[in-house]
Design a protein around this ligand. Sequence first.
Ligand code: NCD
Length: 291
Amino acid sequence: MREVLDLARDMSDGRLTSPLAGKTVCLAFFEASTRTAVSFELAARRSGADVISLSQNGSAIAKGESLVDTVVTLDSLGADALVLRHPSAGAAKLAACHSRAAVVNAGDGRGQHPTQALLDLYALSEAFGGLDELSGRRVVIAGDVLHSRVARSVIPALQTAGMEVALTAPRTLLPLDTDTWNLPILPSVDAALEWGAEILYMLRLQNERMTGGSPLVPSVAEYAAYYGVARRHLRQGVRVMHPGPVNRGVEISGDVVLDESSLIPNQVASGIAVRSAVLALATGVAHEVAA
Ligand code: NCD
């Protein structure tokens, strides 16, 4: 984590120019994305790579080609890195088993979203004066943990940085094995502030993944009252985060999104430097450049 963050800082300060020159980065996004797709593309282009983009509809996946066959094809065409977003958990790992290219997971179903966790740590360490300044601080992850690959990557990342993590969510939006995670489960955002949370990390209510029929949240207004963040929560020193896209008025009220306590714009902006660093490390050029 420290290596990625240090390299990202060098990238953002302009200390490394075109580390990916001569490399080919393939962006394969088979699920909707705005900030992750755009920031990976900017990261790859600004680092000097040749970039090719592939989407579900514009590729042979729409003709029924399998993920593995697609990966093998991209490999044969000489991709050095494959950035993959896919609706199935485990897709990036499967792709990595069939590719000589470095595979970067840009979100796999309910699995993981590792570069989101890294850019969140980058944004936090910039806000608090360095990675070492995060240790001992309390952060609550609020909302739809059940469907969240972000939560599954962010929680271990924050803990590795020495932060204390708690959850607040209705039981229906927590995975069945949550108790084995050994995290405090708090009844509301208000309770999280009483517990001493300095960072309120809000998750999007992922309606598109709630396909089971019966509603997991009986009333959105009630959900917002307990598990959403509103202006009244913004006491001195409290910072709000959200990976985006935001459901305004559900997990976060509209007037909080761009409040000065919000790190959301910082999270988005951190994406370019962090993803440049990840691509440089994954393709093995970071060490050449450093040498
Ligand atoms: C997240 C994602 O797609 O996993 N967004 C993102 O990458 N910035 C979270 C979400 O969709 O809620």
